[in-house]
Design a protein around this ligand. Structure first.
Ligand code: ADP
Length: 491
């Protein structure tokens, strides 16, 4: 009997194991040290300080990057102001467009390098950075380059004037893509930029700085400075900034709102989320299960619009739960550079600690926890995909953003009940609906209080469609025509 069990186990294990298929690191040229990109050049920080950025998959240091202080921020803002007044706002729009197209093309040429660095610095699977992050980032530049000389069509019978200098602060979950989301529409509308990537993932933004140099963008139009919260705060508080574009936590979003209250600074804030993914009994169950996996587990749950709350109609709960567990058992957690990896490394030790804290909270609150039976690498920051059932609507794991591969499941009977539960959250960034009925889709999408609602799919992005939240998920829209709006004064 023991032998038979062992044979079964062996069969099961070998079915799940693939030969390693790591992407080569050779494509990624990472310098030992990076300075601040100000006025078209890499400049030593006035602060004289640097900090390390590490690979969360193996805890090895990748590079030292400069830590900008208030004087460095001031220098970057002055460079952006000068470029705005003397060059960029005066340049014919079709000339501006050429530069933006050029950035997009150089990004495409260097796509492999960008993807490998994104994965090394952030921990996300190479499949994601190669097939989603980098191409979508380049697409944003292409898309907004197209708008640059067509603003008269975007805003008929109005004149769209740039705002001036935009301060842009981005998080660690989509470092290059968030930089593209922010920089492309700002440039297309004639603004100049001071951008700060997150402290744990600065490398692709610094590569983008090199691409911008290569594209010969006039000096000072885009400045990229690195640092942590204090550097971000210095950007927010700088008196010569006209607009703040922020993506990050709701807590920091609130600090920014307070800091700019009473000033003329405009803001768009894209903050946290706790998306409801709703499966009705008439849904195509296999596709829905795959959509749930894609919505929360791929990308380590490091997505503000992640479908972290699953609502399943009671009659199909057993089937959905069984299929989810089966699928979870096949997910590969491990080396993010390996093309077979589904779930890479958690971005930092701090984030892994936060996720573990929530797992404990879930258990303490009486929920039932199921962890995928996968092995985790010995070194680096990893977390097993985890499902909680028997979850109360009021429990913290169902209310608070965990930002990890952790899913809560609750059941419902009627449309009204699930709407009530799905909307019962301080957030409102995204939601998903799985059903065979078009009328149900319309009924749900009009009543769900979320900025983006996906129907029979999840986590789909396109530069042409706007993205943004309700309630504590922030305000303003990025992407599409709406994304231009955030960078212009209409007169
Ligand atoms: P997350 O929880 O996703 O790390 P944060 O909101 O802490 O989100 O960070 C998002 C970005 O905001 C990062 O670039 C970070 O350095 C920056 N940041 C952190 N604190 C502040 C602050 N007080 N003012 C401005 N930016 C900040």
């Amino acid at each position: 009997m023991a032998t038979k069990n062992n044979t079964l186990k062996l069969k099961f294990d070998s079915a799940r194991k693939y030969a390693p298929a790591p992407e080569s690191k050779a494509a990624a040229k990472i310098d030992a040290k990076y300075d601040l990109f100000i006025n078209g050049k890499f400049e030593k920080p006035l602060s004289k300080k640097y900090f390390a950025t590490t690979n969360p998959a193996n805890e090895e240091k990748l590079a030292d990057v400069a830590e900008a202080n208030a004087a460095d921020v001031d220098k970057a803002v002055k460079a952006a102001r000068n470029a705005y007044e003397k060059t960029w706002k005066k340049m014919p729009a079709k000339e501006r467009a050429k530069y933006i197209y050029r950035i997009a093309r150089v990004m495409q040429e260097r796509a492999r390098e960008l993807a490998v660095i994104e994965t090394l610095d952030g921990g996300k699977p190479i499949r994601e950075s190669r097939d989603f992050d980098v191409p979508t980032a380049a697409n944003h530049f292409f898309y907004y380059a197209g708008w640059a000389d067509k603003l008269a069509y975007a805003f008929p019978n109005r004149n769209a004037h740039p705002l001036g200098v935009a301060g842009q602060i981005i998080p660690w979950n989509f470092p290059l893509l968030m930089a593209a989301w922010k920089i492309a529409p700002a440039l297309a509308t004639g603004n100049t930029v001071v951008l700060k990537p997150a402290e744990t993932t600065p490398l692709t933004a610094l590569k983008l700085a090199q691409i911008i140099q290569e594209a010969d963008l006039p000096p000072g139009v885009v400045n990229i400075i690195t640092g942590a919260g204090a550097t971000g705060a210095a950007i927010v508080n700088h008196p010569d900034i006209n607009k703040i574009a922020f993506t990050g936590s709701t807590d920091v979003g609130k600090i920014i709102q307070k800091a700019i209250a009473g000033t003329a600074k405009k803001a768009t804030l894209e903050l946290g989320g706790k998306a409801a993914n709703i499966i009705f009994e008439d849904a195509p169950i296999d596709q829905a299960v795959e959509g749930v996996i894609n919505g929360i587990f791929f990308n380590q749950g490091h997505v503000c619009c992640a479908g972290s709350r699953l609502y399943v109609q009671e009659s199909v709960f057993k089937e959905v739960y069984r299929k989810l567990k089966d699928r979870l058992a096949t997910l590969i957690v491990g080396d993010p550079l390996d093309k077979n990896t589904d779930i890479g490394a958690i971005n930092s030790k701090q984030q892994l600690d936060t996720i573990h804290k929530y797992l404990k909270i879930g258990l303490k609150e009486g929920a039932e926890m199921y962890e995928a039976p996968c092995e985790l690498p010995k070194k680096g920051f990893y977390c097993r995909p985890t499902i909680f059932t028997n979850v109360a609507q009021s429990s913290r794991i169902a209310q608070e953003e965990i930002f990890g591969p952790v899913l809560t499941i609750q059941t419902f009977r009627t449309d009204d009940e699930v709407l009530e539960k799905a909307n019962n959250t301080p957030y409102g960034l995204s939601a998903g609906v799985w059903t065979d009925k078009g009328s149900k889709i319309f009924n749900m999408t009009t009543r769900l209080r979320a900025g983006v609602v996906w129907a029979n799919t999840f986590n789909q992005f396109d530069p042409t469609s706007p993205f943004g939240g309700y309630k504590e998920s922030g305000y303003g829209r990025e992407g599409g025509l709406h994304g231009l709006n955030a960078y212009v004064n209409l007169v």
